[in-house]
Design a protein around this ligand. Structure first.
Ligand SMILES: NC(=O)c1ccc[n+]([C@@H]2O[C@H](COP(=O)([O-])OP(=O)(O)OC[C@H]3O[C@@H](n4cnc5c(N)ncnc54)[C@H](O)[C@@H]3O)[C@@H](O)[C@H]2O)c1
Length: 369
C-alpha cells in the first residue's frame, strides 16, 4: 500500500503520525511511505532520518494525491479537506461526534475513516490511552500553573505547605485521564476526589490509591456539593464516540470560589462544562464569571515528542494490518479495528456519530459487506 504522513498544521501541534522507526516497519513489510517535508523536524525526527528509514520526502499536494492511506495525528481541519480524494483511507484521531463539517466531508468523499479513539479491545481504548495518560498528567500540572495569581487564578499552591490547607482537586471521570490526573495531584500533595458513574471503577481506584483519595459516585447532587470548596475541577469523562455529557452548568459557576480553575480535558468531545470553548496552547485559558477555564483540545501536543512516541507505539500494529489487508479485511479480521471504523463508502458506521447529527446509521459489518 502507498502511505502518506502529512505535517500537522493545527496551532502548536508538533506531533507526527509516523516516526522514522515506524516508517522502517512499513517499508520492511513491503509498503511505500511518503512523509511531508519537515513533518517531524520540530521534535527531532529530521527528513534525513525518515529518508534513511526508507521514506520519500515530498510536499503535501503530492503526498495526498499519491497515497492510498493517510496517517495523521489530529482530525483534518477545513483547509485540509480538499486534499482528500474519493475512497482514500484516513487513519487518525477524528472525534467526529463534535465535528459535523468533517463528518460531512468524510461521507461525501466516501473516505474510509478509522478513528484512533474508537478502536476498542475488551480491556480499553488502546490508541486513546497513551494520549489520555499524558493529558491527565498535564491537566494537573497546567491547573497548578494557571491557579497562580499571575495567571488570574486564586493564588493557591496545590500542595499547600505545613500549616496551610491543601488545594481541593475534583476529578470528574476516573478513566485513564482521571487516574493520571489523580496520580500527579496526589504526588503533589493535593486533596483529591474522583467521581465516576462506574462503581467497579471507583472500587478499583479506591484500592490502588489506598487511603490517599476520596471516591464518590457521579450524581448531580454530589458534583454540586463539591463545587463550593473546589480549587480545581478536571473534566475527564467519556462516553466513547458520543458528545461529552454536560456536568457543570453556567449557573453552577456562582457556587465556586473566584479564581478556581476548570480544566476541560473532554473538550475534544464537546466538553463537559457548559461554558467550555476549545482553546489552543497559544491562548489556553479564558474566564467566565470569575472562573478560569483551560480547554486545550490537543493537550499532548505541547509534549509532542513524548506524545508521538507513546501514540505511535499503539497505532503501528493496527496501521500495519490495514496496510497489509485493506480496510475491509483488516476490520473484518479484528473486532477492535471494526469498532474504529467511523465512515465507509459514504455511510456513517459509528452509532455515537450518527446519533449526534441525526444521520442514518449503518452497522460497520453491513457497510463492509
Ligand atoms: N484535550 C485533550 O488533549 C485530550 C487528550 C486525551 C483525551 N482526551 C479526552 O479525555 C476524555 C477522557 O478520556 P479517557 O481516556 O480518560 O476515557 P476513559 O474511557 O478511560 O474514562 C472515561 C471515564 O468517564 C466515566 N464517565 C462517563 N460518564 C460520566 C459521568 N457522567 N460522570 C463521571 N464519570 C463519567 C466513565 O465511566 C469512565 O471511567 C475523552 O473525552 C478524551 O477524548 C482529551
Amino acid at each position: 500500500m502507498i502511505i502518506g504522513c502529512p505535517k500537522e498544521i493545527k496551532v502548536q501541534e508538533y506531533r507526527v503520525g509516523l516516526t522514522p522507526a515506524n516508517v522502517q516497519s512499513y517499508v520492511e513489510a513491503g509498503h511505500k511511505v511518503y512523509i511531508e517535508t519537515e513533518a517531524g523536524a520540530e521534535i527531532g525526527f529530521s527528513d534525513d532520518a525518515y529518508r534513511q528509514a526508507g521514506a520519500e520526502i515530498t510536499d503535501k499536494l503530492t503526498l495526498f494525491a499519491n497515497s492510498e492511506m493517510i496517517i495523521k495525528v489530529k482530525e483534518p481541519i477545513e483547509c485540509e479537506y480538499d486534499y482528500f480524494h474519493e475512497n482514500q483511507i484516513l487513519y487518525t484521531y477524528l472525534h467526529l461526534a463534535a465535528d459535523k463539517p468533517l463528518t460531512d466531508m468524510l461521507l461525501s468523499r466516501r473516505i474510509q475513516s478509522i478513528a484512533y479513539e474508537t478502536i476498542k479491545t475488551p480491556t480499553g481504548l488502546p490508541c486513546l490511552a497513551p494520549m489520555s495518560a499524558i493529558a491527565g498528567r498535564l491537566a494537573t500540572l497546567e491547573s497548578a500553573k494557571f491557579i497562580q495569581k499571575t495567571f488570574g487564578g486564586a493564588g493557591v499552591l496545590l500542595s499547600g505547605t505545613a500549616g496551610t490547607p491543601k488545594a481541593k482537586v475534583v476529578i470528574l471521570g476516573g478513566g485513564v485521564v482521571g487516574l493520571n490526573a489523580a496520580q500527579i495531584a496526589i504526588g503533589i500533595g493535593a486533596d483529591v476526589t474522583i467521581l465516576d458513574i462506574n462503581a467497579e471503577r471507583l472500587a478499583y481506584i479506591d484500592q490502588i490509591f489506598g487511603m490517599r483519595i476520596k471516591t464518590l459516585s457521579s450524581s448531580r447532587g454530589n458534583i454540586l456539593s463539591l463545587l463550593p470548596e473546589a480549587d480545581v475541577v478536571i473534566g475527564a469523562v467519556l462516553i466513547p464516540g458520543a458528545k461529552a455529557p454536560r456536568l457543570v452548568h453556567r449557573e453552577d459557576l456562582k457556587l465556586m470560589k473566584k479564581g478556581a480553575i476548570l480544566v476541560d480535558v473532554a473538550i475534544d468531545q464537546g466538553g463537559c462544562f457548559e461554558t467550555s470553548i476549545p482553546t489552543t496552547h497559544n491562548n489556553p485559558i479564558f474566564e467566565v464569571d470569575g472562573i478560569i477555564h483551560y480547554c486545550v483540545a490537543n493537550m499532548p501536543g505541547c509534549v509532542a515528542r513524548t506524545s508521538t512516541l507513546g501514540l505511535t507505539d499503539s497505532t503501528l500494529q493496527y496501521g500495519l494490518k490495514i496496510a497489509e489487508l485493506g480496510v475491509k479485511q483488516a476490520c473484518l479480521s479484528d473486532p477492535a479495528l471494526l469498532q474504529g471504523l467511523n465512515t465507509y463508502n459514504g455511510k456513517c458506521t459509528f452509532k455515537g456519530v450518527s446519533d449526534a447529527f441525526g444521520l442514518p446509521y449503518t452497522d460497520a459489518k453491513t457497510a463492509l459487506a
